[in-house]
Design a protein around this ligand. Structure first.
Ligand SMILES: Cc1cc2nc3c(=O)[nH]c(=O)nc-3n(C[C@H](O)[C@H](O)[C@H](O)COP(=O)(O)O)c2cc1C
Length: 183
């Protein structure tokens, strides 16, 4: 399975980028190849006029990456009970293109708080469902994430197991949509 993963945080020591890095490293043992989109900050602000006149090359590249994915994993911070501006912006560029329609998709939210970003997760799940993505129920909030993600990688064994479960669930969903034969 070809998984595309990206973080909704631009912070250099981001917990969510640590989740994405860890998922990419778990992939090969699970039969998954992961392509990480490294920096949502590359995408300009969404502008419907620019979309109509021809989206910028960075947007076309991002859309093409998503179009070629069998499944997608997003790990997002929670900012003021919503998602980050850069992630919302990226999703706006994808609404019109439809690259996420029927795509198996996992939402992870990592936060130092007790709630693990569950409100951002609910917000994202609704938005992504409206965009036609097949958001899997195994999507995962990671509470108290500062204690579970160290030096840019998930170190907590329970969270690592849960992330393996998320990747397996994406594989299963991709097999059901017919993009990847179930092995
Ligand atoms: C502007 C701002 C708003 C935040 N709002 C929330 C929030 O609503 N809920 C929450 O759990 N954490 C909140 N936090 C804390 C973030 O979860 C924390 O900074 C987290 O580490 C950000 O994700 P990252 O490590 O991937 O960059 C907020 C942080 C900032 C800077």
């Amino acid at each position: 399975m070809n998984l595309v993963a990206f973080s909704g945080s631009l912070r250099s020591a981001s917990l969510n980028t640590g989740v994405v890095r860890t998922v990419a490293e778990l992939g090969p043992a699970l039969g998954v190849t992961t392509t990480v989109y490294p920096d949502l900050g590359r995408l300009p602000y969404f502008d419907q006029d620019r979309e109509s006149s021809g989206p910028p090359v960075e947007v076309l590249e991002f859309r093409a990456l998503l179009a070629g994915a069998d499944a997608v994993l997003i790990s997002s911070p929670e900012y003021a009970h919503g998602t980050s501006g850069v992630l919302k912006n990226a999703l706006e560029w994808v609404v019109g293109g439809g690259e996420l329609v029927d795509k198996p998709l996992a939402v992870v939210t990592a936060s130092p708080s007790m709630t693990g970003g569950d409100r951002a997760q609910a917000w994202l799940s609704e938005t992504l469902a409206v965009m036609g993505a097949r958001v899997i129920p195994e999507s995962l909030p990671i509470p108290l994430a500062s204690a579970k993600i160290k030096d840019g990688r998930v170190t907590d064994p329970v969270t690592l197991d849960a992330l393996r479960g998320v990747v397996e669930a994406l594989r299963k969903s991709a097999a059901e949509t017919g993009t990847v034969p179930w092995t």
